[in-house]
Ligand binder design. Structure first.
Ligand SMILES: *Cc1c(COP(=O)(O)O)cnc(C)c1O
Length: 382
């Protein structure tokens, strides 16, 4: 079945007893057993809940994986994945990484002896050089956040196979509609479903999809053991949002290309980072491994002051953290999403105080450009 169909039918017709089209919300903690040794398949909602199962099975199918697991947030999903490792293990992370992932690796897991190195995973040689004897996994974001660097997933999976490592991909920015890392050889895919999967800036959720039975068992044990599960209401909200993922993504990336191309023409804009622009350094790799370029754009203005003025002047676009929803949001990575990365490291990676990150929504691109045009103009006048 085609991806668009699977998406539109997310969680439908799962209750033959009523014929309900939408998955019911099983707001329930525990399940009655018919007799000793018999079960309906559900015992207790931390271990499993039918509404959550509907979401988990749907996302696993979309990613082409073995099993899906829904967590209370993207960070809960990442935490559970990092619990797969033991003291003394080492993980190579993409250097231009979601700030929360960096924070948990440095401030929490390092205390438990999990070692981390950050490299530019768009550079295959540099990634290979970062691999040590105790390296157990590559943890990749592509495109990266916020500089939109693309990592060649096929090359990373070959590298991982060569050294016996797991490949973990944070697929939040692309979604399975545009990119399916497991089909390119990855072992684990994760999402902050608070972003595109949910799609409406109204729910916090995380997803893990595993590629094989062994990993499914391990993640399942961690999900049930640590217990950071997604509740039935929120599972339903993600399923509800998911149904329009294909049309949202199409519209959002169409808008994003128009806006990125327009930004490039503006004198007040020094740099534009968007993989869909033909002069993006990894444009061709992105084209090869994904069905589109997504709807996240970063751009650099003249100075910190110009960035501050723009954030104050936008009116349609909201100055707010997060991304992926139908409403366009603009963020300032330096003090928002990436504040926990030390300034010197941030600067070195290009996340400077002139950088802005735009999550393009489904509004009219004409109105969005008008909003940016006015904000950039006010910046010159004042
Ligand atoms: C937001 C985000 C996360 C964290 O997810 P939460 O749902 O906020 O916990 C992880 N990775 C990426 C790429 C994100 O954008």
């Amino acid at each position: 079945m085609n991806m668009e169909t699977l998406i539109a039918q997310a969680g439908t017709k799962r209750d033959p007893s009523t014929g309900s089209i939408s998955t019911p919300i099983y707001q329930n903690a525990t399940f009655e057993h018919p007799e000793l040794g018999a079960s309906t398949g559900y015992d207790y909602s931390r271990t499993g809940n039918p509404t959550r199962t509907a979401l988990e099975e749907c996302v696993a199918k979309l990613e082409g994986g073995h099993k899906g697991f829904a967590f209370s947030s993207g960070m809960a999903a990442i935490t559970s994945i990092l619990f797969l490792f033991k003291p003394g293990d080492h993980i190579v992370f993409s250097d231009d990484l979601y700030g929360g992932t960096y924070r948990i690796a440095e401030e929490i897991f390092r205390r438990y002896g999990l070692e981390a190195t950050y490299v530019d995973t768009s550079d295959i040689e540099a990634t290979e050089n970062a691999i040590r004897k105790n390296t157990r996994a590559l943890f990749i974001e592509t495109p990266t956040n916020p500089l939109m660097k693309i990592t060649d997933l096929h090359a990373m999976n070959l590298l991982a196979k060569k050294y016996g490592l797991l490949t973990i991909v944070d697929n939040t920015f692309m979604t399975p509609y545009l990119q399916q890392p497991i089909l390119l050889g990855a072992d684990i895919v994760l999402h902050s479903a608070s972003k595109y999967l949910g799609g409406h800036n109204d729910v916090i959720a995380g997803i893990v999809v595993t590629a094989n039975e062994k990993l499914s068992e391990q993640i399942g044990k961690l999900q049930n053991g640590a217990g950071a599960i997604l509740g039935p209401q929120d599972s339903w909200l993600v399923l509800r949002g998911l149904k329009t993922l294909a049309v949202r993504m199409e519209r959002q990336q169409e808008n994003a290309l128009k806006i990125a191309s327009w930004l490039k023409e503006q004198d007040q804009v020094k740099k534009v980072y968007y993989p869909g622009l033909p002069d993006h350094p990894q444009h061709e790799i992105c084209k090869r491994q994904a069905r589109g370029f997504g709807a996240m754009i970063s751009f650099e203005v003249q100075s910190k002051e110009s960035a501050a003025k723009l954030l104050k002047s936008v009116s349609l676009i909201s100055f707010a953290e997060s991304l992926g929803g139908v409403e366009s949001l603009i963020t300032y990575p330096t003090t928002q999403t990436h504040a926990d990365i030390p300034q010197s490291i941030r600067e070195e990676r290009g996340i400077n105080d002139r950088l802005l990150r735009l999550s393009v929504g489904i509004e009219s691109s004409v109105d969005l450009i008008e909003d940016l045009k006015t904000a950039l103009k006010e910046e010159v006048l004042t």
